[in-house]
Design a protein around this ligand. Structure first.
Ligand SMILES: Nc1ncnc2c1ncn2[C@@H]1O[C@H](COP(=O)(O)OP(=O)(O)OP(=O)(O)O)[C@@H](O)[C@H]1O
Length: 616
């Protein structure tokens, strides 16, 4: 079995075309063949013209650089004998030529670097934008499994390694390739025997490069995975800093982080070791070759079959031939790092949203005036998050337009799943969900979001002002509309009491807005959105009595005049509902008017009694 730079078996590192198990357990998602290259091509396509111009600049710059030793040979073999004849012309011409070449090479280099930097930056701007847009468009099931830490790693460290390739790496590669071509041509021109011998030395060097590329790609893949793991741990810990501190998880987290950090350090060392191995071996080959050619050339100069100037120029050219081999190592290092990153980004960009926009969207029928909300039908709906583990076995359910439906049941009963299906965060595995007779899957995104809105438990606030947070419900809403919505919800008073009123930044003065107030802002947002169907995942965290009353009042306002589904955790919420659904094991086991069900002898009656007792 072959072993890798870090001593682990190579087999486990081989490119996972069809990796066993869950692809999300790995950092590299399955990528269609050639996707990395296609991605790079598509990034460079809009700047193709400038890439060509940059290549021409580099071509000319190399020609200026490589003219040096030829001028030296001319100076020794023609200039010096001419000086002996008191003819200074050739030597002056050599000096002038040298100066012109040096100047031209500097200016061309500067023009190239500026152009290449602009090309690289344009391509990266596009790539970062693509990663963001694509990630945002991917469905919830993807985000639940991929994690935001990995996405951050893709958009930062992976993009950064591609930046290095575009900025420095390509210049290195083109520079190396051109100088090898020029130098080989010059050597062959000066002395075909020496040139031929130098070219032969490329054979062991090519083998070295091949082996280095393989080792280094493996090392870089591991390194990029290790960085992502560090970022994932970091973001997860900081996002959950409250439970971390509440449960004194700091020590355990330190230990976990230390472990991941060390893996990262080790993978970094692995990439450096692979590079060092290559550099040492390539220098050994290069130096042995130069020594051999110098000895052989000296004998040829001694027996008169080679001019001294040609030997001197050949040795200068040989040095220039082998110098780029180190630089080639640098380039390969950058390239493999970028290739590993490109592979991961391509894998991410190859994911398609599992919840797709319809190809031929259908509009919702116009609501008759005065009719509140829309009718919702779950038609033979079955659902599994993961293949084989069915969470909703089969659901046939009709929610009448304008009805407020409370959904209750023990934890894991499937309440949130039902709500998320109705909000089309997921598509049913089988069956359809209809809104006034139109399948959700046939509604275009904006139409769906106007039709169905879900307010989640955590009542998330985005960075920005309170007014901006409410306006998310209806972009473009006027300040008066925002204030009216907040007033209807009963949030106006607390908002105006904030230091900058509606213009208070919710993040900067973090924590200033309490849990109950956050919910009120979320309700105001929903009221402004004015959807036909509102889904509300009631917060489980208990508020103080005035806070609770304010939220209850606000809830009544926001639910009025539409079809509403509330995942209820409180008796007071169930009591305002027209209908209650009791769920167990993914099925609706009871369905009726709350007061009637409470009088019966089923699940809900028990739950109702327990609630009442807890209030006494
Ligand atoms: N993202 C997910 N991936 C896989 N399984 C999930 C996912 N979300 C929920 N489940 C599973 O689906 C089942 C129903 O979960 P759901 O969240 O709908 O229950 P719930 O009634 O809303 O519970 P709770 O009141 O605790 O929120 C549970 O067995 C749960 O483990």
């Amino acid at each position: 079995m072959t072993t890798t730079v870090s001593g682990r078996p190579a087999a486990e590192d081989d490119r996972p075309e069809e990796p066993p198990g869950d692809p999300f357990d790995r950092d590299v998602l399955p990528t269609p063949k050639g996707a990395s290259r296609a991605l790079l091509r598509s990034l460079l396509a809009p700047v193709r013209g400038r890439v060509r111009l940059a290549a021409v600049l580099l071509l000319l710059q190399q020609a200026a650089v490589q003219a040096g030793p030829l001028l030296v040979a001319y100076a020794i073999d023609s200039g010096v004998p001419a000086v002996r004849r008191h003819d200074h012309g050739p030597l002056v011409a050599v000096a002038a030529g040298y100066l012109v070449c040096a100047l031209a090479s500097g200016l061309l280099q500067m023009a190239f670097v500026r152009l290449a930097a602009r090309v690289g930056q344009d391509a990266l701007l596009e790539l970062r934008g693509r990663i963001f847009r694509h990630s945002q468009a991917l469905s919830l099931d993807f985000h639940e499994r991929y994690t935001s830490g990995r996405l951050i790693s893709r958009a930062t460290t992976d993009v950064e390694s591609i930046r290095e390739l575009l900025n420095d790496g390509l210049q290195e590669l083109i520079g190396v390739a051109l100088s090898v071509l020029y130098v080989s041509a010059m050597l062959l021109y000066l002395d075909p025997a020496t040139g031929g011998a130098a070219l032969l030395s490329f054979l062991p060097l090519a083998l070295l490069v091949r082996s280095y590329r393989r080792r280094s790609l493996i090392a870089h893949r591991r390194r990029s995975t290790a960085i992502a793991a560090v970022i994932v741990k970091f973001t997860e810990t900081m996002n959950g800093i409250r439970p971390v501190q509440a449960f004194r998880r700091e020590r355990a987290n330190d230990a976990d982080f230390d472990g991941l950090n060390r893996v990262h350090q080790r993978t970094n060392t692995d990439t450096a070791l692979a590079m060092a191995h290559y550099v040492v071996c390539s220098r050994l080959v290069a130096n042995s070759m130069v020594a051999a050619i110098v000895v052989w050339g000296s004998y040829r100069v001694a027996d008169g079959s080679l001019a001294l100037g040609v030997l001197a120029a050949s040795v200068l050219y040989l040095r220039r031939l082998y110098d780029p081999i180190d630089r080639l190592g640098m380039f390969l290092n950058t390239y493999q790092s970028a290739a590993a990153s490109l592979e991961k980004i391509a894998g991410l960009l190859a994911r398609r949203p599992s919840v797709r926009e319809p190809e031929a969207p259908v509009a919702l029928p116009v609501r008759p005036p005065g009719r509140p909300g829309r009718e919702v039908v779950f038609d033979g709906v079955r659902f599994a998050y993961r293949a084989g583990i069915e969470v909703l076995p089969r659901l046939d359910l009709t929610l009448r337009a304008g009805e407020t439906v409370a959904v209750v049941g023990s934890t894991g009963a499937g309440k949130s799943t039902l709500a998320k299906l109705l909000a089309r965060f997921y598509d049913p595995t089988e069956g359809r969900i209809l809104l006034d007779g139109v399948p959700l899957s046939a509604l275009a995104g904006p139409e769906l979001r106007r039709g169905v809105v879900m307010v989640t438990q955590e009542a998330f606030l985005f960075s920005g002002t309170v007014a901006e947070n409410i306006a998310i419900g209806r972009p473009g809403a006027s300040r008066a509309e925002i204030e009216r919505a907040a007033g209807a919800i009963g949030a106006h008073e607390f908002i105006t009491a904030l230091p900058d009123g509606y213009d208070t930044d919710v993040r900067k003065r973090g924590g200033r807005i309490s849990a109950g107030q956050r919910q009120l802002v979320a309700f105001a947002r929903a009221l402004l959105a004015d959807p036909a169907v509102l889904i509300l995942d009631e917060a489980t965290s208990s508020l103080d009595i005035p806070g609770e009353r304010a939220v209850q009042r606000a809830m009544r306002t926001v639910l009025r005049g539409r079809t509403a589904v509330v995942i209820a955790h409180r008796l007071s919420t169930v009591e305002i509902a027209d209908r209650v659904l009791v769920m167990a094991g993914g099925r609706v086991v009871e369905d009726g008017v709350p007061a009637e069900l409470a009088r019966g002898g089923g699940h809900f009656a028990g739950l109702h009694r327990a609630w009442r007792d807890s209030l006494v």
